[in-house]
Design a protein around this ligand. Structure first.
Ligand code: ZN
Ligand code: ZN
Ligand code: ZN
Ligand code: ZN
Length: 759
C-alpha cells in the first residue's frame, strides 16, 4: 500500500508560506512560487497580433530554481491547492502554474483553486473545504491589461526615442497620470497672484478676548478675488479707510446663533483611501503603504507561537465589511466605550461593481487585537499603519460626533463682523480617530444687544493662491475619481514616473521635470485619445467587463489596436512638430561664438540653450527660467570670484553636471558647485531672502540666507518647501541617508518627522 500523498499548497510569497504552514500544520506541504513564473519576454512585441493577440509567454530566467523546486514538489504531491492572492494577478499566477507546470507534468486532475481575504485559521480552513476552478475571466482580464501595456510600450517608445535621441519610454496609464501632473504645472505657471486684504478685530467681553473678522461692509459681502460675488478690498488704502470709518463706532452684538452639527465617521478603507490617509497622516509613499500593508496581511508572529495575518487583503476597491466582522466590532465598541458610542444602525457599504463585491474593505482580521496589544511584535511602521486601519474600521460603526457651533454677528457702523466658536459636546468616533477632531474655539457668553470692546483692529494682506501641486495622496485620489487606476496600479504608476525621472519629489509634492513635460506633450499631442483620461478610464472599464465575462478579451484588444494603429501613422511627424514648437528661439540671447540667436533644446539632462545655427555652430549653454524669462547661468554667476586667486569664475558643464571653475584654469584649478537656490524663504522675521546652498572653507555644504552678510541665518541640513502639519513652519529639513531619509521640523519643541523619498 502506498502512503497517501501529502497535499501541496502553493502561494506567492515566503511570508505567506510561514503563516499558512503554521495554520495547516505538518499534514500539508506549503511552497512559494515568488510571484509570476512566466511573462512576456523583455525584448520584442511577443504578441501575435495577427492571431487573436496570443501572447508568447516565456519562463522567467531568474526563476529557474523556483520553477524546478515547484515541479519536484508537484510530482510528489497529492492534491494541489493554488492559494495565490484573491485578485487578477493571483488568478493569473494560478493559471500559469496550471498551464506551464501542471499540464507539462500531465497532472492537473487534483488541482484546486482556493482564495481567502484574510490569512487566519478560520478563513484558510474554510477555503480548503470550498475549492473552486480557476476563474478564466479574471485571468483574461489580467492578460488583456498586460498586452495593452505591451502594445503601447513597444510601438510608441521607439518613436519617442527617435525624437528625443535618448531612451525614453511610453506607458499607457502612466502617461495619463503624467499629463495630469503637467497640466497642473502649466496652470501654476500661468497663475498671476492677486493681492487682497482682510480686516480683523480683537474684541473683548467681560475681559475675555476673542477675534472677529469683517465679513460685510455697507451691506456688501467681503471676500477674496476668487469669489466673483463679493466685494474685494484691493489696497491697503482702501482697508485703512474702512478701518477709520469703523474703529470709533460702538461694537454691538447683532445676533447669536447656535447649531449642533453632526460629524459622521469616514467610510472603511479601500486601497486608494488607505494610500491617501497613510500619505497625509504618516507621510508614507503609496509604495511604502502597500509593502507595509502586505507584511501585515501575509502574517506576523504575535507571540505564543501564533502567526496570523493581521489585516484583510490590501488590494481592493470594495468598502464592504463581512457581517461577522461587523458584529464583532459592534460588540467591541459596546463593551469598550459603552452603548452611546455605538451607532444605532449598522453602517454597511457596497462596492460599485458586482465583480468587486467578493472583496472586502481593508480591516483588522480581529478587532480584539488592538494596536497596543500587538505593538511589541511589529515594527514601528507596521504599528502605525495597523493603528490607522484598526481605528478607521472601528470608527465606521461608532456614533457621529456632535459639535456645537456658535456664530456671533457684531455690528460696528457700516461694518458687520463675525466671530465663530466651536465646542465638541459629544466626541463619538473622534474617540478612536483623534486626528479628525475639529478645532475647538471658545467664545465668551454673549447675547443680542451686548456691547463689546474693541482692543485692536488691523488689515492683513493676502494673495490668491495657485492650485496646489499634486502629492501622492491627491494624485491617487484624482486617479480614482477619474477612473484611471485600480487597487493594484496606483503605487506602481507613481513609482515608474519617479524612477524614469519624469517627475521629481520635493517634500511631498510631485513636480514634473523638463523631460516629463516634453514626453507628456509629445505623447498626448500625437496620440490624442489613447492618452486621454476618458479613453483610459473606458479601457479600465472594458477590463472590468472582461473580468465579469461580459466582454471578449480579444475583441477589446482588437478595438484598441485599431485605434492605436490609426494614431501610429504619422505619429513621428506630429511628435517632431510638437518638439519643434517647444524648441523656441530666444531672440534676446545671442550666441557668443557666431552671433545667431540661441534656442531652447532638449537633451538627456533636460533643457539647455543651443545655438540656432546648429550644426554649423555647436555652442551650448545652461540656463535657468526665472518668471518666464530665460537667464544664462553665466550671467547669474558673473560676479562670482575665485576663492583662491580672486579671478572671475566661469560656468562649466561636464559629465558630473554644471559647476563653476576659475577662469585662470589651468594655472588655477579651483572649482565650486553652483549655488543651488532651495526656494525656501528665509524664516528670519523681516528678511526677504531665500536659503541657498553654500560651502564652508572646509568644503562642507550648508544652507544660508541669500541676503548674507545682512542676514546670517544658516542650516546644516537641506531645507525643502513643505509646511509642517504640526506647527505650521514653512519648511522642513532632510535628515538621514538612503532609505532612512526623513523630513524633520526644526522648530524648537515641535518634533514633527515624516518619511522622505526625494533627493
Ligand atoms: Zn553659434
Ligand atoms: Zn582661481
Ligand atoms: Zn535671511
Ligand atoms: Zn513643526
Amino acid at each position: 500500500m502506498a502512503d497517501k500523498k501529502k497535499p501541496l499548497v502553493i502561494v506567492e510569497s515566503r511570508a505567506k508560506v510561514r503563516t499558512i504552514s503554521k495554520i495547516l500544520g505538518s499534514g500539508y506541504t506549503v511552497a512559494s512560487c515568488q510571484g509570476h513564473l512566466v511573462d512576456l519576454p523583455s525584448s520584442g512585441l511577443a504578441v501575435d497580433v495577427e492571431n487573436g493577440f496570443e501572447p508568447q509567454y516565456e519562463f522567467i530566467k531568474e526563476k529557474s530554481e523556483v520553477i524546478d523546486e515547484i515541479r519536484e514538489l508537484w510530482k510528489k504531491a497529492g492534491d494541489v491547492y493554488l492559494a495565490c492572492d484573491p485578485d487578477r494577478e493571483g488568478e493569473a499566477i494560478s493559471w500559469f502554474l496550471k498551464e506551464y507546470i501542471g499540464k507539462a507534468l500531465g497532472d492537473v486532475k487534483n488541482l484546486k483553486r482556493i482564495t481567502f481575504n484574510e490569512i487566519t485559521k478560520k478563513a484558510v480552513l474554510e477555503a480548503i473545504e470550498n475549492p473552486r476552478d480557476i476563474n478564466i475571466e479574471l485571468v483574461e482580464a489580467q492578460k488583456a491589461r498586460r498586452i495593452l501595456d505591451r502594445l503601447v510600450g513597444y510601438q510608441i517608445s521607439p518613436i519617442l526615442w527617435v525624437q528625443t535621441r535618448y531612451g525614453l519610454s511610453a506607458g499607457r496609464v502612466q502617461t495619463v497620470a503624467l499629463k495630469i501632473i503637467c497640466d497642473r504645472e502649466k496652470e501654476i505657471r500661468k497663475f498671476v497672484p492677486v493681492p487682497y486684504f482682510s480686516i480683523s478685530a480683537e474684541l473683548s467681553k467681560d475681559s475675555e478676548v476673542f477675534g472677529a473678522d469683517l465679513f460685510k461692509y455697507m451691506g456688501e459681502k467681503i471676500g477674496s478675488p476668487n469669489d466673483k460675488k463679493v466685494k474685494v478690498i484691493g489696497s491697503k488704502e482702501e482697508a485703512d479707510e474702512i478701518i477709520n470709518s469703523i474703529k470709533k463706532q460702538e461694537f454691538k452684538v447683532k445676533s447669536v446663533k447656535v447649531r449642533t452639527e453632526k460629524r459622521n465617521p469616514p467610510r472603511p478603507f479601500i486601497t486608494s483611501t488607505l494610500q491617501q490617509a497613510a500619505n497625509n497622516i504618516l507621510g508614507f509613499s503609496s509604495r511604502k503603504t502597500m509593502s507595509v500593508a502586505q507584511r501585515l496581511y501575509e502574517g506576523k508572529d504575535i507571540g505564543g507561537g501564533e502567526v496570523v495575518g493581521l489585516i484583510t487583503y490590501m488590494r481592493t476597491d470594495s468598502p464592504r465589511i463581512a457581517e461577522e466582522a461587523i458584529s464583532n466590532i459592534r460588540w467591541y465598541i459596546d463593551n469598550e466605550y459603552g452603548e452611546k458610542y455605538l451607532h444605532k444602525e449598522v453602517r454597511r457599504y457596497r462596492a460599485g461593481r458586482e465583480a468587486q463585491d467578493a472583496h472586502e474593505a481593508i480591516r483588522p482580521t480581529s478587532v480584539n487585537r488592538t494596536p497596543d496589544s500587538i505593538k511589541k511584535y511589529i515594527s514601528r511602521d507596521e504599528y502605525n499603519l495597523y493603528k490607522l486601519i484598526w481605528s478607521r474600521t472601528v470608527a465606521v460603526q461608532m456614533a457621529p460626533a456632535q459639535v456645537k457651533r456658535l456664530t456671533v454677528e457684531i455690528e460696528a457702523g457700516d461694518g458687520l463682523f463675525k466671530a465663530t466658536g466651536a465646542k465638541i459636546i459629544f466626541d463619538g468616533f473622534f474617540k478612536v480617530m483623534p486626528e479628525t477632531r475639529s478645532e475647538e474655539r471658545e467664545l465668551p457668553d454673549m447675547k443680542e444687544g451686548d456691547i463689546v470692546a474693541l482692543k485692536k483692529i488691523e488689515a492683513k494682506q493676502h494673495s490668491t493662491q495657485p492650485p496646489p501641486r499634486y502629492t501622492e495622496a491627491s494624485l491617487v485620489r484624482k486617479m480614482q475619481e477619474v477612473g484611471i487606476g485600480r487597487p493594484s496600479t496606483y503605487a506602481p504608476t507613481i513609482s515608474v514616473l519617479l524612477n524614469r525621472k519624469y517627475v521629481t519629489q520635493e517634500g511631498r509634492t510631485l513636480i514634473p521635470t523638463d523631460t516629463g513635460e516634453l514626453v507628456a506633450d509629445m505623447l498626448v499631442g500625437s496620440f490624442k485619445d489613447i492618452f486621454k483620461v476618458k479613453y483610459t478610464a473606458r479601457m479600465e472599464e472594458e477590463l472590468d467587463l472582461i473580468e465579469e465575462g461580459k466582454e471578449n478579451w480579444r475583441d477589446v484588444l482588437s478595438k484598441f489596436n485599431n485605434e492605436l494603429n490609426r494614431y501610429l501613422k504619422g505619429a513621428e511627424k506630429r511628435m517632431e512638430k510638437i518638439k519643434k514648437e517647444k524648441e523656441v528661439i530666444v531672440d534676446y540671447i545671442k550666441c557668443d561664438k557666431c552671433g545667431s540667436p540661441m534656442m531652447i533644446k532638449y537633451g538627456k539632462g533636460g533643457r539647455f540653450l543651443g545655438c540656432s545655427a546648429y550644426p554649423n555652430c555647436k555652442n551650448q549653454k545652461p540656463f535657468k527660467e526665472e518668471n518666464g524669462k530665460i537667464v544664462l547661468l553665466e550671467e547669474l554667476y558673473k560676479d562670482e570670484r575665485c576663492d583662491e586667486c580672486g579671478a572671475q569664475m566661469v560656468v562649466k558643464g561636464g559629465r558630473f553636471g554644471i559647476f563653476l571653475a576659475c577662469s585662470r584654469y589651468p594655472e588655477c584649478k579651483f572649482t565650486k558647485s553652483i549655488y543651488y537656490d532651495t526656494g525656501v524663504k528665509c524664516p528670519r522675521e523681516g528678511c526677504d531672502g531665500t536659503l541657498v546652498e553654500k560651502k564652508t572653507k572646509k568644503r562642507r555644504t550648508f544652507y544660508g540666507c541669500s541676503n548674507y552678510p545682512d542676514c546670517d541665518y544658516a542650516l546644516w541640513q537641506k531645507p525643502v518647501k513643505a509646511e509642517c502639519p504640526k506647527c505650521g513652519a514653512k519648511f522642513l529639513v532632510v535628515k538621514g541617508r538612503g532609505s532612512n531619509k526623513r523630513l524633520v521640523c526644526v522648530t524648537e519643541g515641535c518634533g514633527y518627522e515624516t518619511e522622505y523619498n526625494g533627493e
